[in-house]
Design a binder for this molecule. Structure first.
Ligand code: HEC
Ligand code: HEC
Length: 98
């Protein structure tokens, strides 16, 4: 059910527009996207990936992409982890693949 809160997800009458995937001006990710589109996973082993992550999985180069945990966290607006342990790209949220 869509109650209008940020956690509600899209309703069938919602429209996709530039800011569904981008932010205005700048983001911490290539192409000014709201999330990292260069990797399949957003959350890895239950944490934000980073070169200095205590998780041996989340620190792998293909997930960390040269960023520290702090840099990844800030690129996600300093958000506390609220995804599943191996959250895939947010394209899948609307396309209902997860
Ligand atoms: C469904 C998600 C999505 C939507 C909606 C979307 N974009 Fe994008 N956009 C992306 C992705 C992903 C890339 C990176 C593509 C790549 O890797 O080549 C991108 C790349 C771009 C780039 C190139 C930036 C660069 O640094 O190379 C521009 C400019 C851009 N988008 C503008 C727009 C505009 C304007 C709109 C609305 C009319 C829009 N986008 C809507 C996902 C989206
Ligand atoms: C905010 C919700 C949302 C997000 C996020 C989103 N999509 Fe979509 N996407 C849609 C909707 C709705 C349509 C159907 C648009 C239409 O039919 O006019 C669509 C259509 C598409 C299509 C065309 C499918 C077809 O059969 O014609 C592709 C490909 C696609 N999206 C890829 C992506 C990718 C790649 C991403 C992530 C970068 C993404 N989408 C993120 C909602 C979204």
């Amino acid at each position: 059910m869509n109650d209008g809160s940020k956690a509600a997800g899209p309703a069938t009458s919602d429209r996709v527009m530039c800011l569904s995937c981008h932010r205005a001006h700048a983001t911490g990710w290539p192409h000014m996207t709201r999330w990292n589109n260069d990797g399949e996973l957003i959350a890895v082993d239950g944490v934000w990936p980073g070169t200095d992550s205590p998780s041996s999985v989340a620190s792998q180069a293909k997930y960390a992409q040269g960023r520290t945990v702090t840099e990844t966290t800030v690129a996600y607006n300093g958000a506390t982890m609220h995804y599943a342990s191996y959250q895939r790209s947010l394209c899948n949220k609307c396309h209902a693949k997860d």
